[in-house]
Design a protein around this ligand. Structure first.
Ligand code: TYD
Length: 138
């Protein structure tokens, strides 16, 4: 499957009305996993690159609930960039996909939904090691 199909951009329903917008994300419905962990990244800026890892066991959905950032997504062969710039959109990152988040606007609040509790041991933070694993697991 092409990388863009593996990592779809998700559009969430707007349940807003004249009082304002409302976006609901239910695990297993709007996104393809049960949510075990939520974290958010803010006060990063345009000079910072975050992420720079792949996860053996975790799936993620990234949403810029405020401001914007970019996510570079690769499997070591294909690569594409998603600009997260609306609270109603997200991008799904499955296991073993490398991601870099960068170009954060000053007001960026990047919300991350994860399928697992945190376990630092499941992170691959060395890109050469990642490429080697991907070649071996082909
Ligand atoms: P890091 O993985 O470098 O953040 P990012 O990939 O978003 O740039 O995490 C920064 C620190 O926070 C690192 O010491 C691990 C810790 N951390 C947790 O303890 N729990 C978590 O759920 C996350 C995402 C990070």
């Amino acid at each position: 499957m092409a990388l863009k199909e593996l990592c779809p951009v998700l559009q969430f329903a707007d349940l807003g009305d004249d009082r304002g917008k409302l976006v609901v994300i239910e695990g297993g419905q709007a996104i393809p996993f049960d949510i075990k962990r939520v974290f958010y990244i803010y006060e990063s800026d345009s000079t910072v690159v975050r992420g720079q890892h792949a996860n053996r066991d975790s799936e993620f959905v990234l949403i810029n609930v405020v401001g914007q950032s970019k996510v570079r997504i690769t499997d070591g062969k294909e690569e594409f960039v998603v600009e997260l710039n609306k609270p109603m959109m997200g991008v799904y990152i499955p296991k073993m996909i490398w991601k870099d988040m960068y170009d954060f606007s000053a007001d960026s609040v990047l919300l991350v939904l994860a399928s697992t509790h945190y376990d630092g041991k499941e992170y691959i933070r060395d890109y050469d090691e990642y490429l080697k694993i991907m070649r071996e697991n082909k």
